[in-house]
Ligand binder design. Structure first.
Ligand code: NAD
Length: 336
């Protein structure tokens, strides 16, 4: 499929901004419109150097007027915009329902009215729920069993997306990506939190015994996976995107401390997250069959990411000094 005018919601956030950088080099002919509310996680510095090549609209996907404005003349919509942090969804779930569920519905309606040719919903492997105690890799046909307010809101959004495909004939595709890391990730998520804490000689908080495993995927590979599904995915289908990795929290901490030459004593075991999912793992064969090839192993991707945080101290130091970051650290991690 070919597109000319592409709307990227949440394009000032972590994965959205990385996708915009990738798309500008892979599809230089595209007109890219970024619609982003600029919440605490949205940051125009993430789009530095490319702002002159895109149209930026500050707006809310849950506001029909903002969605209508952004989608005029668009061929494709990629919905990255979301409240994305599980821990925050335990503190304030309402914000997750507003943006992730209601916002997706408003965008779908706007896409239908604007005659958009393809709607791609960026979802997550967390919709499958916990695979604790099994060695199963989730398949797209598995039932959705979300267990946190975050993953429940993402599953709700997916159902609305598929319903719009069935009820209104909208061309929809869904990606279910695994835990992602890389440049421009807000320093509340595990990998940038651990890197920046280690650089400040602060403890690295590990939930429980730190043995929960995730399939960590570099953001460049997540971006190319999304792009592959946008162009080659079959309408009405979901596609898992993962790196075929199984890495525990302790392994993440050890690898970061080793790369930075910091002591293992910085690891700090804290009481577990309520309802913590112990294991996620997806089978990405269906997306690979579309021709998606990943670039990074976990070790290579982590080393590249640590270098980026070393070279961009001003970027993360400013975010860590803001009240939204201090609030989460004080109300959540420091109490544990
Ligand atoms: P992020 O929190 O870094 O960025 C989210 C962006 O959305 C921000 O720029 C924010 O300003 C914007 N936004 C939030 N609410 C909005 C609203 N109502 N209207 C418009 N913009 C709004 O998130 P991320 O990690 O880049 O995640 C992007 C997408 O990928 C999300 O849909 C998330 O569920 C999904 N995902 C993330 C991961 C991961 O590990 N980070 C893994 C799989 C899937």
């Amino acid at each position: 499929m070919n597109f000319k005018r592409v709307v990227v919601t949440g394009g000032a956030g972590f994965i959205g901004a990385n996708y915009v950088h990738f798309a500008l080099s892979a599809h230089p002919e595209w007109q890219i419109v970024v619609l982003d509310k600029l919440t605490y996680a949205g940051n125009l510095e993430n789009l530095e150097g490319v702002m002159h090549r895109i149209e930026f609209i500050q707006g809310d996907i849950a506001n029909p007027a903002d969605a209508h404005k952004a989608l005029q003349g668009a061929d494709a919509v990629l919905n990255f915009a979301a409240e994305s942090h599980v821990d925050r969804s335990l503190l304030d779930p309402g914000a997750f329902v507003r943006t992730n569920v209601e916002g997706t519905l408003v965008l779908l309606e706007a896409a239908r009215k604007a005659g958009v040719r393809r709607f791609l919903q960026v979802s997550t492997d967390e919709v499958y729920g916990d695979l604790h105690g099994s060695d199963h890799h989730s398949l797209e046909t598995d039932p959705l069993r979300p267990r946190s307010p975050y993953s429940a809101s993402k599953a709700g959004a997916e159902h609305l997306v598929f319903a719009h495909g069935i009820s209104h004939g909208l061309d929809v595709v869904v990606t279910r990506g695994s835990n992602t890391y890389g440049p421009y990730q807000y320093p509340e998520k595990i990998i940038p939190l651990f890197i920046t804490n280690a650089l400040e000689d602060k403890p690295l908080p590990l939930y429980g015994d730190g043995s929960a495993v995730r399939d960590y995927m570099h953001v460049f590979d997540h971006a190319t996976g999304i792009d592959t599904v946008l162009h080659r995915g079959v309408s009405g289908e979901a596609y898992n995107l993962g790196a075929r990795e199984q890495i525990s929290g302790v392994q993440v901490a050890d690898a970061i401390l080793e790369i930075l030459g910091k002591p293992g004593s910085l690891k700090r075991f804290v009481p577990d997250r309520p309802g913590h999912d112990y294991r996620y793992s997806v089978d990405p064969s269906k997306a690979e069959a579309l021709g998606w090839v990943r670039r990074y192993s976990f070790r290579q991707g982590l080393e590249q990411t640590v270098q980026w945080y070393l070279q961009n101290r001003a970027w993360w130091q400013r975010l860590r000094s803001q009240k939204e970051h201090r609030y989460l650290m004080q109300t959540w991690y420091e109490q544990r």
